[in-house]
Structure formats: C-alpha cells, structure tokens
Design a protein around this ligand. Structure first.
Ligand code: NAD
Length: 265
C-alpha cells in the first residue's frame, strides 16, 4: 500500500468529466492509495473536482497532499504553468503520467485535415509539451518514471476507422520510447500502457458513429475479448502503479498492453 510513498505524480488528463470512474480517476486514486501526492491536471475544472474528491476518499496514513491545476495541453504556457505549480506546491514530480486522449473518428475522405491535426495536438504533442517541462526537473533530481497512456488502437487495427486516433497513439509509443532510451543513463525511464477495450464513456464515444448500435457493438466487443470481458479502469490503474513505481525499475522503453490478450489474439 506504500509503493509510491514519497513520490509526486503529475497526472495529465486525470479528471473525470462526468464523475464516473474513468481511466484517469482510477489511476489518480491508485497513485494516492499507494502514498503519492498527485497533481491532477485537466482542461476541465469540474473534472478535476471529481477526481480530487475521489482522492480525498482514498484514506492513507499520513494523507498525502493533492492538487488540481486547470491546463489545456494544446497550450505550451498552460503546460509549463501546471508543472511549475506542481513543483512549487507538491515538489518535483518523480512520475509523469500522461492520460490525455480524445477519440476523433473518421477516415481520410471525411475527416477535415484540421481535425487530424487537432487529434495529434492533444494526444501526442501534448505529451511532448509535458515531457519538455518535466524532463529537466527529473534530470536534475536524477530519477523519474514517465508513463504514457497509448491504446491498443496504436498497436493494431481494432475495427474502427479512426486513423487520426491510431496515428496519434502509435506516435505516442515512439515518443515515449525515445525519451526512455535517451535518458535511461540519468535514472529516467519511460514506458507506455496500451489499454484494450475499457468500459468508460470514452469507449462509447469511439464506438458511436460506427455501424450498429452502441449496445450491440459493446456486446460484440465483450465476446471478442479472449478473457470474455472488457477491461475496467482499475485494471489499467494497477499497471500504471507498477510502471510508475520502483517495482518496474528495470523496465524501460516498452509498451504494456492491458487488454486481456486482445492485441495478440
Ligand atoms: P476520458 O475522456 O474520460 O478522460 C480524458 C481526460 O482528458 C478528460 O478528463 C478530459 O477533460 C481530458 N482532456 C481532454 N483534452 C484535454 C486537453 N486538451 N487538455 C487537458 N485535458 C484534456 O477518457 P478515458 O476513458 O479515461 O481514457 C483515458 C485515456 O485512455 C485516453 O488517453 C484514451 O485514449 C486511453 N484509452 C482508453 C480506452 C478505453 O477503452 N476507454 C482504450 C484505449 C486507450
């Protein structure tokens, strides 16, 4: 229960817009449960409030301090200011968790180029901005674990026509690997998680607009999983804690699918 004691996690995109347990809230709560101080960064104040309330409920002794900072990851200045607030109020982040992700559906013929660019800006360039700000602090401290949330859709065709999402998530894998390889000798590791089908509102968004009703497609997805069920945000959160913590100290520049085996089925 103390695998992240003394750690400061800066957790981008870990708000919960509707208060449900999405991947971000579950990960932030797991970090807090393990003793970390968590800086929840999101574009949405309400979403931040929902996650902070969940952190307060995750009683640990002594209770770590948490913080919420509103920032849009498409803005250089917002990201820089969020990292600075985290450093000032909680301390130098030892863990960077990049969970921000939007689904942009549509193939090249129907998707405006601007929408493609926007998906990359949020899902990929935002991570670059976060790394750019956090890396110098981690290098100075001589330690750090960077964990980015990619997707099974960044590893293989998942049956959805969403090349903008797939390309952004594939790019995120290589951004992460590059950072992990370039800075391993300075005590910094970087790894990705590739969730498969996780029951969250975002999954419904990614399914909506494709052929068939959302409920029918969800049933089909359940059946398609080798385990016979879809994943939960808590399944992803446990992988996040492992990659963030020293338990994964010799794991670097790799991707951990959390998908019940779907990627290789
Ligand atoms: P979510 O939409 O509930 O959470 C994403 C959060 O990112 C939201 O709180 C949102 O406000 C925030 N955000 C969006 N744009 C932002 C911006 N410009 N600046 C700052 N914050 C911004 O989604 P989720 O289901 O919790 O998914 C989280 C991550 O997991 C995403 O990266 C997603 O691609 C990935 N993922 C999810 C699934 C799934 O099945 N749910 C599968 C694979 C990967």
């Amino acid at each position: 229960m103390n695998r992240l004691a003394g750690h400061v996690v800066i957790a981008f995109g870990c708000g919960s817009p509707d208060g449900s347990t999405n991947n971000g809230l579950a990960a932030a709560r797991a970090f807090a449960r393990e003793g970390a101080s968590v800086c929840v960064v999101d574009r949405d104040d309400t979403a931040i409030g929902h996650t902070l309330a969940a952190l307060d409920a995750a009683h640990t002794t002594p209770p770590p301090r948490h913080l919420g900072v509103r920032a849009d990851v498409t803005e250089d200045g917002d990201v820089a200011a969020a990292v600075e607030r985290c450093r000032e109020d909680l301390g130098v982040p030892s863990v960077l968790y990049y969970n921000v992700g939007i689904v942009v559906n549509g193939g090249p013929e129907e998707l405006p180029t601007e929408s493609f660019r926007f998906a990359l800006d949020v899902n990929l360039t935002g991570a670059f901005r976060a790394v750019k700000e956090v890396l110098p602090l981690m290098r100075k401290a001589g330690r750090g674990s960077i964990v980015t949330v990619s997707s099974a859709g960044g590893l293989r065709w998942m049956g959805y026509d969403y090349p903008a999402y797939a390309a952004s998530k594939a790019g995120l894998l290589e951004l992460t690997n590059s950072v992990g390889l370039a800075h391993a000798h300075e005590g910094i590791r970087a790894n990705s998680i590739a969730p498969g089908l996780i029951e969250t509102p975002l999954l419904r968004t990614s399914i909506a607009g494709h052929h068939g009703s959302v409920e029918d497609m969800l049933r089909a997805r359940h059946a398609a999983s080798p385990t016979g069920r879809m994943g939960t945000p808590e399944d992803v959160a446990e992988a996040a804690v492992f990659l963030a913590s020293d338990e994964s100290r010799y794991i670097n520049a790799t991707v951990l699918p959390v998908d019940g085996g779907l990627t290789h089925a």
